[in-house]
Design a binder for this molecule. Structure first.
Ligand code: SF4
Length: 265
């Protein structure tokens, strides 16, 4: 996004970059892609300097439970549900021996509550039987637990244990394909390909930044291209409105003012 100081009424307005031809991206070399991907990560770091896991938790077990509940449910709704749950169920043993009806009732607002109750009881039992009641710290062990797939395992590693992990959720996959970092649909392949592009130490923060960008700016249906900090590096620039004044209202979330200021608005 470039900014023009000369504008009607003396107000600085953002001037949208011209859309690069598709041929430019077709000719990109593997090294060029690495450089562009890392540059985009640095730009996202400026756009979202305070990223975090949007699920509330204080222990690895609470994060594991919250991520299980977040399937097909918004983080906001999970965060409204977990305070009462975490107050009552504090240990793996508590979940292992839970009264099913009571547990289902507590997690009902998150949807699919019968399946989720199965996963939580199974999680508690597996942790008790195989891991002394503690959440394990490796991907291989985590994915053996009920309700925990690779995506959830990476969320737990990165956010509860500070072990770098790439979380490929729907936002992450959608955006990296839009950016031509990969055309793969398979989340595990996406994880490995992005892992080769971006420094390992950045994996967890990158995951948050990309997900933040997907939720706030680069929406599936109408991305806010006209005010997007990644515009000059994005092969999909133009997928949404490029006029900054039309794009600006599409930006959501608490960082809106900061994001629009970066875009010159
Ligand atoms: S330019 Fe548009 S498509 Fe590309 S990242 Fe930004 S909002 Fe998404």
């Amino acid at each position: 996004m470039t900014v023009s100081e000369s504008s009607a009424g003396g107000r600085a307005v953002a001037k949208a970059p011209r859309r690069a031809s598709a041929a430019k991206w077709d000719k990109e070399t593997p090294l060029g892609l690495v450089r562009r991907a890392r540059r985009m990560n640095r730009t996202l770091a400026q756009a979202f300097p305070h990223v975090y896991c949007e699920l509330d938790f204080t222990t690895p077990l609470e994060l594991a439970v919250a991520t299980i509940l977040s399937a097909q449910c918004t983080d906001v709704r999970v965060n409204m549900t977990t305070p009462a749950l975490f107050a009552k169920y504090r240990t793996a043993q508590d979940y292992a021996t839970a009264d099913r009806t009571e547990l289902e009732e507590l997690i009902r607002p998150t949807g699919f509550y019968r399946n989720k109750a199965n996963s939580l009881i199974g999680l508690g039992q597996a942790l008790e039987e195989r891991f002394d009641g503690e959440v394990p710290r490796t991907l291989d062990e985590l994915v053996t637990l009920p309700g925990i797939g690779r995506k959830t395992a990476n969320v737990i590693l990165g956010n509860a244990f500070d072990i770098p992990g790439i979380t490929v959720d729907t936002h992450f996959g959608r955006l990296v394909r839009r950016w031509r970092w990969t055309s793969e649909e398979d989340p595990v392949k996406v994880e490995h390909i992005v892992g080769d592009l971006i420094e390992r130490s950045e994996w967890t923060l990158l995951s948050h930044r990309v997900i933040f960008h997907g939720r706030r700016v680069c929406h599936a249906r109408k991305p806010a291209c006209g005010v997007c900090v990644l515009a000059k590096d994005c092969p999909s620039y133009g997928a949404g409105p490029t006029d900054p004044l039309i794009a600006a209202p599409l930006v959501k979330g608490p960082e809106t003012e900061h994001l629009l200021a970066l875009a010159g608005l």
